[in-house]
Design a binder for this molecule. Structure first.
Ligand code: ZN
Length: 489
């Protein structure tokens, strides 16, 4: 009887377990169906695309790049594939309204996978220019368990000066007086509500700094501490200075949000640890990301973009002028980026076409505030593979360029379908790891022959205000009537 009862009990147990399992799997299935239905019902999500770059400036490391979709309710991290990033200069859509269709899968810690992304009707393909006063504010934010104030308020205030080394002076020179940061100010140190590791779990490495929380807490604390600050009065950008290291990097990009009750808008934003604000060239680089610029690069084909000393948007501090107070100063940026920001136009260049042959062109030095002779700052040569060359002339002189490698003609190949569109051309094979070698410097008597169409640039003479070059087509030049400066976009 006992045995029989036991058997019965086991049978009941078995039935019960089976029932439970069936119920469980039914529940799982229905949950899955519900989830799938919910995900399928989520057609596409509209919001504003924003991005941020994380820079180590270590010439052995790749940059970090994050994309987000900012909706009214949330900030959604996007898991963009390497192919997606490299094919489309997606940073040109920073701050633009987009519609994102997500893949039917749950988010990982890398973000949500994108099925498709498109600009909402009416948005321009590119971000447009940067002109006139661009007021930035520096907020100095201390982790509440770190007492150090690495520099005082005056240091950060004077960082915006319109005197050599100052950012206002710098951006005026680089933009040919098209843009400035007049009116920018710094506010004294405030205490963040959290400790260092509550924002940055592994200081000095990785990418785990909570940039969103740092932005929210730093801006909220500073704005509430300094009641007289009207952040919505024409300010466009926020440089956040922190009193300890972040993760790997200093960061630059944007946030789309409302601050202090003002209208939602795209803020140009940087996150800077002490090593960043001790070289003002690094701040210029991060502000460049804030203005919407990606990286420039050399031609060695490796994954790190910090190896062209010709550009503040590449090796920010390499061959830079050293200042006793502000460290390495910014250099100029390449002509392609100046054209993106509308600091030069086609009217400032010689635009080669199918009729260009044996043409002598005088090109003014990049660093000059005004042009002499013909007003030409660059020559652009279209190539049949839908890339193009930008020919410019750099002179080792002045407040920001006097320490560059040497005075010479410098040529960039620009492909708008890669993540760093301009690559400085290197005549040597293989291209040098760091673009400070002779192959990059085009000197009097040398000839650059473009490997795509055999178009040639012969360096003729060096003058007080620039160089003359001869531009010649080879025979059988393939002319792409579809060529446009906007490239693949
Ligand atoms: Zn960068």
């Amino acid at each position: 009887m006992q045995k029989h009862l036991e058997c019965l009990t086991n049978e009941i147990k078995d039935i019960l377990v089976k029932t439970m399992n069936t119920l469980k799997s039914m529940l799982c299935l229905s949950t899955l169906i519900l989830m799938t239905a919910a995900m399928a019902a989520e057609d596409s999500v509209e919001g504003v695309l924003i991005f941020e770059y994380g820079d180590t400036f270590d010439a052995t490391q790749a940059p970090h790049q994050n994309f987000y979709l900012q909706t009214e309710k949330a900030i959604i991290k996007l898991d963009a594939s390497a192919a997606f990033k490299s094919r489309l200069p997606i940073d040109a859509w920073s701050g633009k309204r987009v519609s994102v269709k997500f893949k039917n899968q749950l988010a990982t810690n890398l973000g949500r996978s994108i099925q498709a992304i498109e600009l909402i009707e009416g948005e321009a393909m590119r971000g447009g220019g940067i002109s006139g006063p661009q007021k930035w504010v520096s907020f100095l934010c201390k982790f509440n368990d770190v007492a150090t104030e690495p520099e005082n308020e005056a240091y950060f205030d004077n960082m915006y000066a319109n005197t050599p080394a100052g950012l206002d002076h710098y951006w005026r020179e680089v933009s040919y007086n098209n843009a400035n940061v007049a009116g920018s100010v710094a506010f004294d140190w405030v205490d963040l509500p959290g400790t260092h590791t509550s924002y940055v779990p592994t200081p000095g490495s990785g990418t785990d700094a909570d940039l969103n929380l740092l932005f929210d807490d730093c801006t909220d604390t500073a704005i509430s501490t300094y009641g007289g600050l009207d952040i919505n009065d024409d300010f466009v950008g926020i440089n956040m200075m922190f009193n300890e290291s972040l993760d790997c990097c200093a960061w630059g990009g944007g946030r789309y949000t409302s601050l202090d009750g003002g209208p939602s808008k795209l803020w140009r934003v940087t996150w800077n640890p002490p090593w960043a604000f001790r070289s003002i060239g690094v701040i210029a680089h991060e502000m460049g990301h804030g203005f919407g610029l990606p990286h420039a690069n050399n031609s060695d084909g490796d994954s790190n973009p910090y190896d062209s000393p010709w550009d503040v948007m590449s090796s920010a501090t390499g061959y830079a002028v050293n200042d006793g107070v502000y460290g390495r100063l910014g250099k100029h940026i390449n002509m392609e980026f100046k054209q993106r920001l509308e600091w030069v136009t086609d009217g400032d260049g010689f635009i080669a076409d199918e009729n260009t042959d044996n043409e002598e062109v005088f090109i003014n030095y990049s660093s000059r505030p005004t042009t002499m002779v013909n007003g030409v700052r660059f020559a652009r040569i279209p190539a049949s593979n839908n890339t193009y060359y930008m020919v410019e002339v750099r002179k080792a002189e002045g407040n920001y360029e006097s320490n560059i490698v040497d005075t010479a003609v410098i040529i960039h190949n620009v492909a708008n379908c890669r993540s760093e569109p301009p690559w400085v051309v290197d005549g040597d094979t293989p291209a040098a790891d760091y673009a400070d070698t002779e192959g990059v410097l085009w000197r009097t008597g040398e000839v650059f022959v473009d490997p795509i169409d055999d178009f040639s640039v012969t360096i003729l003479n060096e003058f007080e205000n620039g160089f003359t070059v001869n531009l010649s087509a080879s025979q059988d030049l393939i002319n792409r009537s579809t060529f446009e400066n906007t490239g693949c976009l």
